[in-house]
Design a protein around this ligand. Sequence first.
Ligand code: NAD
Length: 296
Amino acid sequence: MSLTITVIGLGQMGGNMALTLKAAGFAVTGSDLFEAARSKLEGLGLAVVAPDALPVSDVYLLSLPTSAHVREVIEQSPGLLTLAPKGSVIVDTSTSDPAVSRELAEKVTAAGLLWLDAPVSGGPKGAASGKLGMLLGGDEATIERVTPMLEAMSAKRTHVGGPGSGHVVKLANNYLCAAHLITTAEAVAMAAKAGVGPAACLAGINSGSGRSAISEVNFPEWVLSERFDSGFTTGLMRKDLRLARDAAEQLGIPLPLLQAVVDAWHANPEQPTDSDDFNHITTSILARASQAESNQ
Ligand code: NAD
């Protein structure tokens, strides 16, 4: 049976996911609070509805900024808990607060619906090409039910546990990603000051054990090229870091390095601003090498 899908949240990620699913042959409808997002996607051939309307679907795929937005869509407007058909599946691809996801998953299940958290990696490019990485939190039967949809969206899926587990691991992943941007920028700045340029430094790191997706992908694609157009904002990464820090606090495990990374990302709200590309966190660190040079 081919799944009918409503995508709620047509931003950088949700808009591209909706188009990918439509191109793969699914019947897809999109909705977003903002008229501009709806008309952009409508112009690209997607069927769209107003945010208070809820088409009957097999799957409701959410791609929203935060858990507060996810809660609103599920509990209030349009209110999936009361309006979604029994047996339909709510798939939250947002990077959400795991504690809220677990609470919502219980309510969703009690209302006769199914829950899956499926946060993603790969950015708008991965969403547009159907090559996302997905972390899955839910039960096997629910995953099986939506597998054709997940296969059309992603190159790699990792089932990490029950409801909320996908969001737990996504926060762990984004903590490391945020840390690697800072540590890699510091390493590159140190090498530059010692007379080794960024490209040579990264080539060396990428042949050794200090490499990461940040040194292999982000630095060449967005930092050294100065394109800074990854499609993921600093504001969203700051949100993810606060969620990771809050989760650690609630669990009572002191993680001093996580706190240092949170502090570094929040040190100056103007540099980068919340709307800047998240790779810009490296800019002031890399500038230190040239400032140090000019002070000599
Ligand atoms: P975005 O801000 O581009 O899009 C979010 C969309 O949700 C906006 O169009 C907004 O109008 C809409 N929206 C907000 N509240 C709504 C509501 N109540 N009903 C309907 N629509 C609503 O954000 P994004 O970059 O697409 O990210 C979405 C989620 O995916 C976030 O949780 C983010 O952390 C995560 N994520 C983003 C990336 C990336 O590279 N951009 C990568 C991985 C994960």
